[in-house]
Write a protein that binds this ligand. Structure first.
Ligand code: GLU
Length: 476
């Protein structure tokens, strides 16, 4: 049955699977989500949606010093704001007993070993190796220690940290959903430290244990994890071989992996502006969640970034075979463009909860083309409800505006166009046209030189308000 699982094959179709697809997003709660990890979350969610599977949120909180509950809550809130709803949540801090169990099994199988080097000793070893022009992989000095050596260390009160022993004879290869065939020679990798001397966990083993026990079928993450994947592939095999869990299939010893190119800013690193901001700050800057989703869904793919608010469309076109290997450029200006286009496409119903009190559908339609962020709506709406700024006019314009106040006509008929009626009668009466005709009227009626379409705005300002503004401008 598992053979029918879809594969994240580069260039291949993502076929519907018979097995349950399970993806996960595994942030460490040490800060707010930013565009890089929002993108990872989004892609894992999309993959699960696309394949009819499940998407889990896994909180990687094994580091009690740096993990904060406020960030756990913020991650949940940020995902909800983005419309990414996990099908379940797991927490590593609640699963420590499982990591202990895996550790015991691997230790009994000879796949973890104690090491006693201090950070300074390791640094020295690295320098010596680099000096000899060799890769600075761990030299497995701890494996040469005798029982007596270890006892001597412990008699001095030195507790060991623990390393996972890579199998140097087991070649590591996988078909990466983005990068194609990936191969690693285990001899060129260091045996990773998996557990500190105080018993606390580093990232590597708990993640593999979770992926095994949570039935994760597809791991999609940044390419900074490629060498972790090489190590974790051996961890999966070791856990299955040591009987910690039953492999889903003899031919299936690990999840499908795909590593996406990292995001960079237009000048190399992620920009100081939007690209490096937390989700909270993006929200405060009135970036719409749909804009972030539309942009991050396609950034770094061969598909164009477009202001697509409809997720079904984004899901339809989501395909790992479109992902490129070059770093994806995150451009603030592009996010702003997408945001503006998303705002311009917001229906009244969608915008209504965030509109100023009293603003109706006609009001939204009148100001919408001028709004790049929802935070600007109130400012434009003030042109309708006032107070507006009083500008200075020449005597000639004042006389023209006095005429305008008198020429203003109104009708209860909804199809009546007061702006069209006013400007055509003034044009005829005064001979003014173009800017000379329109600008003083706009300035007197709104206190601004530019803004929403006057034909839409004037009916909202209303007869009385418009007359008052024109008269006040005429009086100066
Ligand atoms: N907590 C890890 C990280 O944020 C998870 C990596 C993974 O997806 O396995 O980098």
């Amino acid at each position: 049955m598992l053979e029918a699982c879809s594969r994240l094959r580069r260039g291949g179709a993502l076929a519907t699977a018979f097995c349950m697809i399970i993806t996960r997003f595994a942030p460490s709660p040490t800060g707010r989500l930013h565009v890089g990890n929002i993108r990872t979350a989004l892609h894992n969610w999309m993959l699960a949606q696309k394949l009819g599977g499940k998407f889990l949120l896994r909180i990687d909180d094994t580091d009690p010093e740096r993990s904060k509950e406020e960030y756990v809550e913020a991650i949940r809130a940020d995902l909800a704001w983005l419309g990414i709803h996990p099908d379940g949540e797991e927490r590593q801090s609640l699963r420590l007993a499982r990591y202990d169990a895996a550790f015991d099994v691997l230790k009994a199988a000879g796949r973890v070993y104690p090491a006693y080097e201090t950070a300074q000793e390791l640094e020295l070893k690295r320098k010596v190796q680099l000096g000899r022009g060799k890769p600075p992989t761990y030299d497995r000095g701890a494996l040469d220690m005798s029982d007596a050596d270890r006892a001597a260390k412990e008699a001095q009160g030195i507790q060991p940290h623990w390393r996972f022993k890579l199998d140097h004879e087991e070649a590591i290869a996988w078909e990466d959903g983005v990068r194609g065939i990936a191969k690693f020679d285990p001899k060129l990798l260091s045996d990773p430290v998996i557990r500190r001397a105080d018993g606390s966990w580093l990232y590597m083993l708990p993640s593999a244990v979770d992926d095994v026990e949570m039935g994760i079928t597809h791991v999609l993450r940044g390419e900074d994890h490629v060498s972790n994947t090489a190590v974790q592939i051996q961890m999966f095999t070791a856990l299955y071989a040591a009987g910690f869990a039953a492999a889903p299939d003899a031919a299936k010893q690990h999840p499908e992996f795909a590593h996406e190119a990292l995001l960079v800013g237009t000048e190399g690193k992620l920009s100081k502006r939007l690209g490096s901001l937390g989700c909270d700050a993006l929200r405060e800057k009135h970036i719409e969640p749909q804009a972030l989703v539309a942009m991050l869904a396609r950034l770094g793919t061969s598909l164009p970034v477009e202001a697509i608010a409809d997720r079904a469309v984004l899901l339809d076109t989501f395909d790992l075979s479109t992902f490129g290997r070059a770093p994806a450029k995150f451009d603030d200006a592009e996010l702003e463009r997408v945001n503006t286009a998303i705002v311009h496409g917001l229906s009244f119903a969608d915008a209504a909860p965030r509109l100023p009190g009293g603003m109706d559908e006609a009001g939204w339609h009148a100001v919408r083309p001028n709004v790049a962020h929802m935070g600007e709506v109130a400012e434009w709406w003030r042109l309708v409800i006032g107070p507006i700024d009083q500008l200075d006019f020449t005597d000639e314009d004042k006389a023209f505006l006095a005429d305008a106040a008198k020429a203003l006509t109104w009708s209860g008929d909804a199809s009546f166009d007061p702006w069209g009626a006013l400007t055509s009668s003034l044009k005829e009466a005064t001979g003014r046209k173009g800017k000379q005709l329109f600008l003083p009227l706009r300035q007197a009626l709104t206190g601004m030189n530019h803004g929403p379409d006057m034909g839409e705005l004037l009916p909202l300002i209303g007869e009385e308000g418009a007359k008052r503004r024109l008269e006040r401008a005429a009086e100066g």
